[in-house]
Design a protein around this ligand. Structure first.
Ligand code: GS8
Length: 223
């Protein structure tokens, strides 16, 4: 009813992918607005004056920032028939803990893998990434999804990173599947859900853009 919803995003952002998947899970229509992060729009600067980062969800002119907060907002506002957070307060606290853990560990380790050519720093980042993913694997246990029988908050929080796995592997010369077969199966299960695969960016597109970025900005040749 006259609702206006805009997502300020960037195609490669695992944070933005969270918002895309959550909105799709809830069946909410929105306007996608790709942002140039090297030349930030007035709308982005005004909507997120503190961090000046995407994603930002602008709901009827009011901006909501920070991807995990956006996820909770989406969960509270739309389609209560499909809750993302679990029902029990303790389970909710656990889901939030692990989502926070993912952001504290995965983003930094992943970034180090693609932004360093090779060497000790990259080896340490690869080790940290694998340890983090293994930790997530043990959280998953024998469940189909982190949300149990169906996709939930933590699945949505993590799935965007999987689109970067190819880039990590190519830049780091290692195989995530080899170390984390169960998590690889989980990724496959998530991608079998149409609204998930349709919301995510093709890993080849992310890798292509990173090869360019490494060459042009970091001066690193990608094998
Ligand atoms: C992180 C967003 C972020 O890093 C969240 O939303 O969860 N904690 C935030 N956004 C990046 C793009 S994705 O790597 C961004 O907007 N970078 C531009 C900049 O920092 O100038």
């Amino acid at each position: 009813m006259g609702e206006k919803l805009i997502l300020l995003d960037h195609f490669a952002s695992s944070f933005g992918m969270r918002a895309r998947v959550a909105l799709a899970a809830k069946g909410v229509a929105y306007e996608y607005s790709e942002q140039d992060l090297f030349n930030k729009s007035q709308l982005l600067l005004e909507s997120n004056p503190i961090h000046k980062q995407i994603p930002v969800l602008i709901h009827n002119g009011k901006p909501v920032c920070e991807s995990l907060i956006i996820l909770e907002y989406i969960d509270e506002v739309w389609n209560k028939e499909y809750p993302l957070l679990p029902p029990h307060p303790y389970q909710r606290a656990q889901a939030r803990f692990w989502a926070d853990y993912i952001d504290k560990k995965l983003y930094g380790a992943g970034r180090k893998i693609w932004s360093t050519g090779s060497g000790e720093e990259q080896e340490a980042a690869k080790k940290e990434l694998v340890e983090t993913l293994k930790q997530m694997e043990s959280q998953l246990g024998e469940e189909a999804f982190f949300g149990g029988e169906r996709l939930g908050f933590l699945d949505v929080a993590l799935i965007g990173y999987s689109r970067w796995f190819h880039t990590y592997e190519m830049c780091g010369g290692f195989s995530i599947q080899e170390h984390c077969p169960k998590l690889t199966q989980w990724v496959k299960r998530c991608l079998e859900i149409d609204f998930v695969s349709e919301s995510l960016t093709d890993p080849a597109k992310i890798y292509g853009s990173m090869v360019e970025y490494r060459k042009d900005v970091l001066g690193i040749h990608t094998p």
